[in-house]
Design a protein around this ligand. Sequence first.
Ligand code: BES
Ligand code: ZN
Ligand code: ZN
Length: 490
Amino acid sequence: MLHLSTIDLKRQKVNILFIPVCEDRSIHSDAVLAALVKRALALEEFKGKKDQEVILYQPPECAAARVVFKGVGKAETLNAETLRQMAGRSVKRAIQMGMTRLWLAAPDPAACGIEAAEGLKAMMEGSFLSNHLFDRYKERQEKKPLGRIDVLVPAKPAGHVRRLPAEVETVCGATVLAREWVNLPSNEKPPEALAQIIAVEARAHGLAVEVFAEKQLQQKKMGALLAVGAGSAHRPAMVVLRHTGGDRRPPVVLVGKGVTFDSGGINLKTGDSLPDMKGDMAGAAAVAAALIAAAGLKLKRRLIGVIPLVENMVSGSSTRPGDIVRTFSGKTVEIGNTDAEGRLILIDALAYAEWRFKPEVMVDMATLTGACVVALGERFAGVFAGDERLQSDLVASGRRTHERCWPLPLPEDYKELLKSSYADINNMPSSRYGGAISAALFLSEFVGKTRWAHIDIAGPAFHKKEDAYCGPGGTGFGVRLLLDWLMNLA
Ligand code: BES
Ligand code: ZN
Ligand code: ZN
């Protein structure tokens, strides 16, 4: 699907060639590309400004049937993300034009100031991700994804760069898988069904899989998780995925919030926000997909994914505000608000994972709070960690992958907000301010001494509108982030 190719542009017939063009600097040293760019820039309508585009048919400099020039703006704004977006937009354009393949010219690393491997990786990511269309519920598939994408490089790549196409296919393939799961409507992914969907995919990629049904969750005394699932006609479940990398160190555990639909429960949500709540399992999807890719990449570390799955619904058997439940940890929780359900399923999963696997480090990912979206907007995740090194490593991975994370604090004194008159803790904070923080502090009360980070992805997990390399709906946010972090773990 993805290839790094070296071709003779003068002789080899290609159907459609895309060339990024900078507004104020030449970024192609190849003579044919430079001549083509010169011809394009001579046109009044094309100056290489960001998102400008012009098409030349059968230009004399090369054997391409058509060449699409993509403006990328000023040189100082060029970075891996602008290349990722340029590549994503190129693929969308080619699909729209009914093409089946695409050739994309890589800029010269020295001229554009982006390291070779980083730039090529970004272009392959953008084009691969953009080539995913979620159309399984349309009777007619109007657009067809491309069958092959060639990124053109001046010389045959060597070493690590040679392995990049396969690596990007694995990682971005997992991102696409997570998007597919998030986009599935809730009627097609009740907890036990989603558990099976994940289990089948995970087994096919060589992971060890356990699926716990409600009865086993009862035996394990996961009272918080069970309370969230109590109102639904569909039974909760929990999936445990294991990748054995070969080393003997304690494992890395990833935990993902899997609420297949969040109605809010008795604290019912209102109109507008409800349809998006099919995406309240985006953390679970990202964790499962990351483990699948980790197996594909044959990562050395032992990895475990713990994925609690429930549907938060309203019925005569729903948990009520004011109910008190005993959690896996033994601590009791007063359920002050049934819409703060994510933290309830996560505390049982986190406490169970820590007890059973004695991990070296745990990271949970969850569409946890609207407050995090208020704080950081829709394009940043909030990252919390007691350990500053862990927090900054995740922020660094976010910078590299453009799955951006911003550090938020875990102030000890805010724990005051979670006091309950009757139980050990309340799941509803007493103040409506700082909601992302109080949610993270709530989780922290159920993690022992293990190094742990929490990533709130309520903003970036799900977008109504499409963008440069993602369709509308699930974004698969977190998969590339987690894998970058895992690949760089000492
Ligand atoms: N699933 C929601 C959080 C959410 C909001 C995700 C917007 C994606 C977009 C979560 O379960 C929730 O409802 N949180 C409440 C917590 C409150 C009741 C303490 C919230 O954020 O309002
Ligand atoms: Zn909720
Ligand atoms: Zn939720």
